[in-house]
Design a protein around this ligand. Structure first.
Ligand SMILES: Nc1ncnc2c1ncn2[C@@H]1O[C@H](COP(=O)(O)OP(=O)(O)OP(=O)(O)O)[C@@H](O)[C@H]1O
Length: 277
């Protein structure tokens, strides 16, 4: 008898947690879970019959990875490759270059900060990376799923938070129960318990938390976060950066637009877009 999809889903989620507990790095963790998922969906087997319990299988994987094969570790897979991106706005004499040949590579397990003064083109770059605008020249290659948190939350004021989870989760292949569970978990990590009020009635900081949760729903491999913590109080700001380090450790590539210098020493890449042109 083939396993119910929910049982497979739950087994894979437990495997992810067990691998992390065994200190398997995010990239390997993702590969192992994806491979197991493919095997289970092809064969329709019961996961415990095929692999054992998630904990047992995670221990086997961790032991295999611990065997030193003498090879240097392979470089992490790039999730975002931006090459020579140029963008101008306006026409004729009013034409203004905003991005002038921007390069950026962010791999799985890396955090890049995009910095620069107002008008330097940070949001423009993220919109181009998210595929919402085209560059005039250059290219952007994204590998895997991406989550984008725009500077201004794009919410439907009359809907509740959980209805936003439903909509965004559906776009990422999640059913309602999965989307609501994942959304609730992410919200709790930002110290927010969504209730049933329409999001138009939420405070600015809480709307911004929802904006972050929607970007991260379904664990996309690339997160593009445009000043996501505007309106957060001090504690929420720290919670947010804890999530960033967590996503990085889980193997995501994270790009954060920021005006705040205090986290820059902890990020892997700083892209400084310089002054307004
Ligand atoms: N759709 C548009 N049409 C015309 N000009 C635009 C458009 N979008 C952005 N710009 C201009 O491009 C420049 C860069 O804007 P952008 O929002 O990318 O900067 P930023 O670095 O994110 O700024 P901030 O720190 O204030 O958020 C600004 O001068 C802005 O006015």
């Amino acid at each position: 008898m083939s396993a119910a999809p929910q049982a497979v889903e739950a087994w894979l989620a437990d495997l992810t947690r067990a691998l992390r507990r065994e200190n398997v790095d995010g990239w390997h963790c993702e590969q192992v879970v994806a491979e197991a998922g493919r095997h289970l969906s092809d064969g329709g087997e019961d996961p415990v019959a095929a692999f054992g319990t998630p904990q047992e299988y995670a221990r086997i994987v961790a032991a295999d990875l611990a065997v030193d094969d003498g090879e240097p570790p392979s470089p992490a897979a790039p999730r975002l490759v931006v090459t020579g991106v140029r963008k101008s706005y306006g026409r004729g004499a009013r034409r203004r270059p905003v991005l002038d040949g921007v390069d950026l590579v962010v791999a799985a397990g890396e955090v890049a900060a995009v910095v620069g003064p107002n008008g330097a083109g940070k949001s423009t770059l993220l919109r181009i990376c998210a595929g919402l605008e085209s560059p005039d020249a250059g290219s952007v290659v994204v590998t895997g799923a991406l989550g984008y948190c725009p500077q201004q939350p794009a919410l439907v004021d009359l809907l509740r938070a959980e209805e936003h989870f439903d909509l965004v989760g559906a776009g990422r292949g999640m059913d309602t129960a999965q989307a609501r569970r994942a959304g609730g978990d992410l919200a709790a990590q930002l110290a927010w318990i969504p209730d049933r009020q329409p999001v138009g009635e939420l405070s600015g900081g809480t709307r911004q938390k929802l904006n972050v949760v929607l970007a991260a729903l379904g664990d996309p491999g690339l997160l593009l976060l445009d000043e996501p913590y505007q309106g957060f109080d001090g504690e929420a700001f720290l919670d947010f950066w804890e999530r960033v380090w967590h996503w990085r450790d889980a193997g995501a590539a994270v790009v954060v637009v920021t005006h705040r210098p205090e986290q820059l020493k902890r990020v892997d890449i700083v892209l400084d877009l310089g002054g307004p042109r």
